[in-house]
Design a protein around this ligand. Sequence first.
Ligand SMILES: [Zn+2]
Ligand SMILES: [Zn+2]
Length: 334
Amino acid sequence: MSPECGRPRPQQCPQPVNPGKTRTADQYEACCGRGRPYSGVGAAIGYFLFGTSRQFKILLAVFLTLALAANLRAETDAAAKVLARVALLSDPHVNRATNGDASNFKAHFDKAIAQVNAAKVDFVLIAGDLTQSGLPEEFADFKNHIKALRAPVFFVPGNHDVGHKFNSGQINGTVAAERVEAYEKSLGPSWFTKKKAGVRIIGINSSLLGSGFAREEEMWKFLAGELARPMRTPTVLLMHYPLFLKDFDEGGGDYFNIEPAPRMRLYNLLKQGEVKTVLTGHLHRPLINEREGILFLTTPPISFGLPRGKQPEGWTLVTVFKNGEAKESFQNIE
Ligand SMILES: [Zn+2]
Ligand SMILES: [Zn+2]
């Protein structure tokens, strides 16, 4: 397991929250990944032991005691505000390949499941691309795989399960009503609302966004109902495609984001419902954006990182707070 960033983000890491700014895994490692959390205190102790005058040593000792006490109090305050600890996984791409790259994905999923069980989370979310090709046997294998998870599991479909979204101006959407139906027959509703550990989870089928299918309109009605007004229960939205990558106003016709029209429609509903946390996958690399107080968090993949060899496989431990905000800690599969 990779070292998580054990230090509070506001003090130790550059805020990844400027609208339009993103923080990649590399930047995350650079700021949080491999450092020693208390190196500053360690340096001060060294100076205390080998350094300077008696009065200064006394002053330094008082300062260190106060600093450690303040740190402990801050950690206790933060713990009191925690509502739930959630494992966010994505893109396991379950398949039956016996050779090549794809044959390794099962082992990655098994390792991630062992790590998640050891982390004793309140529940698990899986943000789509559950299977490589949406085949009936792959759906069956996925269902068997997640039986090993000890915490309750909620998941949504990705483009590999039900087909790609429709890109603006191009006739290349492969999402099909029949594929959505096959998914739902095997794995249950492709959109839903659930409540667990004090958190409301709204899951949606983001491949449908912009398709114009009757099922899409049905899903919008569901969302409009769920997000009609601010809810007291802290809410997270789970879907496969990230709403945007670099800029909220970026164009469509891109493989990786949600098209501008459904993006704006969904965003307005999120604002209306006062949702503060949106959890996604699909990129096969981590990404964090924030806009107007909403955290948009894309987790690293279980199956393979993109670019291959340059992004790690992993998952994200998400701490959800009582005010609906969340904090992420990326975990590598090792
Ligand atoms: Zn994927
Ligand atoms: Zn995908």
